[in-house]
Design a protein around this ligand. Structure first.
Ligand code: MG
Length: 160
């Protein structure tokens, strides 16, 4: 590995009743979901921002504006693929990603494996290069009150 960069990303979406919940490219069975212009996959949005941050390419809002009809209801996996393509076009490869999701409910443990394999496949990396962790906030703050979901992502990219 001759050269490497790191990036971090952060995103929040509000929760509402009766919306679909997508996290890490996986639909979560739940009667609550995320308020968003896209599919609301807050984990992928944080991951995209981390990857963009590695090369100082701005943020997800710059590349996929929520004022554009083009991105209305979009499957966030498409955004992630587009971001990985931007990085590849500049000669970089994704090394690994580490994602922490803060959500009070529902429990995400049953979905972690599927999120890791889905994200790894979209980014074209091995599953052990993608870590997804989930935590509640012990009923503290807006996450704990069930008002929103918060995600942090860290990524490393490299050039051979
Ligand atoms: Mg977002």
């Amino acid at each position: 590995m001759k050269d490497f960069r790191i990036g971090n990303g952060y995103d929040v979406h509000a929760i509402a009743e009766g919306l679909p919940m997508f996290l890490g490219g996986v639909q979560i069975e739940s009667c609550i979901g995320f308020v968003a212009h896209s599919d609301g996959d807050v984990a992928i949005h944080a991951l995209c921002d981390a990857l963009l941050g590695c090369l100082a390419l701005g943020d997800i809002g710059k590349h996929f504006p929520d004022t554009s009809d083009e991105w209305k209801g979009v499957d966030s996996k498409k955004l992630l693929k587009a971001v990985v393509d931007m990085i590849s076009a500049r000669g970089w490869k994704v090394g690994n990603a580490d994602i922490t999701i803060a959500l009070q409910r529902p429990k995400l443990a049953p979905y972690i494996g599927q999120m890791r394999s889905t994200l790894a496949s979209v980014m074209g990396v091995a599953e052990d290069a993608v870590s997804v962790k989930a935590t509640t906030t012990e009923h503290l703050g807006f996450v704990g009150r069930g008002e929103g979901c918060e995600v942090w992502a860290t990524t490393l990219i490299y050039k051979d």
